[in-house]
Design a protein around this ligand. Structure first.
Ligand code: SAH
Ligand code: SF4
Ligand code: F3S
Length: 440
């Protein structure tokens, strides 16, 4: 038995990939460890969405490279979006790396791992994904969680001008519904209580397959029919790709959470056009209104970028106003970071000075805190069905940490309930990031 340590940066897709990498390597006698120092094989699964995350990958490699000086038999690998982007160039900064493999090469690991065990240095990056039935390999899911991820579509065809993902994940590729449904059945059998369907654009699911009936809406309907007590989520939605049929499916399917993560990115139509987002501010408002009308307790969350090249103070102000007017329930926020290969990355003369960018980010965060609290307060007095995800002890009392269908975090006390239970909770108190309640 050899020991494997994987460090995962970035989005849920990367976390899901790491579970698959650990699963594949378990067929080759690798056992996962949480202790970096005792590993025989160290893998960093990287993210390139912002420069800060890419830098993190290289500083980790630097630490591991030092360890390898005194333990030459130690193997070091890098994968994920930085690997896909930098390819052989990884070795310019980190020559001691044994294996570089791209986001499309995960299922080639059986042969790659043999090569590095024979002391070969390998760089495996392709733009043609290695395709296989993912159910042929084990998936080592995090067992301390009630949630399991299923990637349903990978890649992106949108080319938003700020975003590196189309370059690191390639074009959209959907998995076949039968394969996804089989994976879901395995997950339910293993005792997980929540399935999150993943995609850079989940709404595009099926568009690259021949059959018109293969859509996210129909996939939700099929998964909803599976036996067992569990619920289903899907992320991330692209505003103008959310169809009426999808909204109908979410409504029809009792297991599907009434929750939408729909990144808006900016509240100004000119900036949205500059970003190559295919909707205006008004179109986003229409979609959000339609969803809110249909699902009274729904939460709509978003992502925003502060300081996109050329963004004026007034245009930024439109973003703050949009967050208010849309009563968004939560937003991920980031300062614009120039990325290699992207159009916006070349708009150097329009770059916003760092101090202004970070000052805008701070105001964005302040607005986010304000609307989150407002959103949470709406739920005081209501009953939400929650799934218990964990427990913490506070002053000798066991507090259950749970999540409602609309993704709100709810804390409550009830010694008759356990991790994995669904419970109806009456909300009694709201704070910025969470709710408190009593089981009913
Ligand atoms: N597919 C999703 C987003 C994936 S990337 C969508 O279309 O919305 C996750 C988030 O990272 C994005 O929503 C965006 O807000 C942020 N992001 C992407 N590129 C960025 C960049 N260059 N600088 C800052 N934030 C960025
Ligand atoms: Fe990036 Fe845009 Fe694709 Fe989202 S839709 S992954 S932001 S290019
Ligand atoms: Fe990062 Fe790649 Fe995900 S760039 S956000 S790990 S798709």
């Amino acid at each position: 038995m050899k020991k494997l340590y994987i460090e995962t940066l970035g989005c849920q897709m990367n976390k899901s990939d790491s579970e698959r990498i650990a699963g594949i390597l378990s067929h080759f006698d690798y056992v996962e460890t949480d202790v970096e120092k005792e590993a025989d094989l160290l893998i960093i699964n990287t993210c390139s969405i912002r420069q800060l995350s890419a830098d993190k990958a290289y500083s980790k490699l630097g630490v591991w490279g030092k360890w390898k000086k005194s333990r030459p038999e130690l193997k070091i690998a890098i994968c994920g979006c930085v690997a896909q982007q930098d390819k052989e160039k990884v070795r310019v900064r980190a020559p001691y790396v044994d294996l570089v493999f791209g986001t499309h090469n995960i299922y080639q690991l059986p042969e790659l791992i043999k090569k590095i065990e024979e002391n070969e240095k390998v760089c495996a990056i392709t733009n043609n994904p290695v395709v296989c039935n993912q159910n042929d390999f084990k998936i080592l899911r995090k067992q301390d969680s009630v949630n399991a991820w299923i990637p349903i579509i990978e890649g992106c065809n949108n080319f938003c001008t700020y975003c590196v993902v189309p370059f690191t994940r390639g074009r959209e590729r959907s998995r076949h519904p039968e394969e996804i449904i089989q994976e879901a059945k395995n997950i339910i059998k293993e005792g997980f209580k929540e399935i999150t369907l993943l995609g850079q654009n989940v709404d595009s699911y099926g568009k690259d397959l021949k059959d018109k009936n293969i859509t996210l809406a129909n996939l939700l309907r099929d998964l909803n029919k599976l036996d067992g007590e569990f619920r289903i989520r899907f992320v991330t939605s692209y505003p103008s790709d959310i169809t009426d049929d999808l909204i109908n499916a979410v409504d029809e399917c009792d297991k599907v959470c009434k929750y939408f993560h729909i990144p808006m990115q900016s509240g100004n139509s000119h900036i949205l056009a500059e970003m190559n987002r295919h909707y205006s501010k008004e179109q986003y408002y229409e979609i959000a209104a339609k969803i809110r009308k249909r699902f009274p307790d729904v939460a709509i969350t978003s992502d925003f970028i502060a300081g996109f090249p050329g963004e004026t103070e007034q245009e930024f102000q439109d973003t703050l106003d949009a967050i208010d007017e849309l009563e968004l329930d939560y937003s991920n926020t980031a300062a614009y970071s120039p990325r290699v290969f992207t159009k916006a990355g070349k708009m150097i003369d329009k770059f916003i000075p760092e101090d202004i960018k970070y000052e805008r980010l701070e105001r964005l965060n302040e607005k986010n805190r304000e609307v989150c609290l407002k959103s949470n307060k709406k739920f005081v007095g209501k009953v939400l069905n929650v799934l218990v995800e964990g427990k913490t002890e506070k002053d000798g009392v066991i507090v259950l940490n749970s999540r409602a269908g609309n993704n709100k975090i709810v804390h409550f006390v009830d010694d008759t309930k356990n991790i994995g239970d669904f419970v109806n909770v009456k909300i009694t108190k709201a704070q910025t990031w969470c709710l408190y309640g009593e089981s009913v």
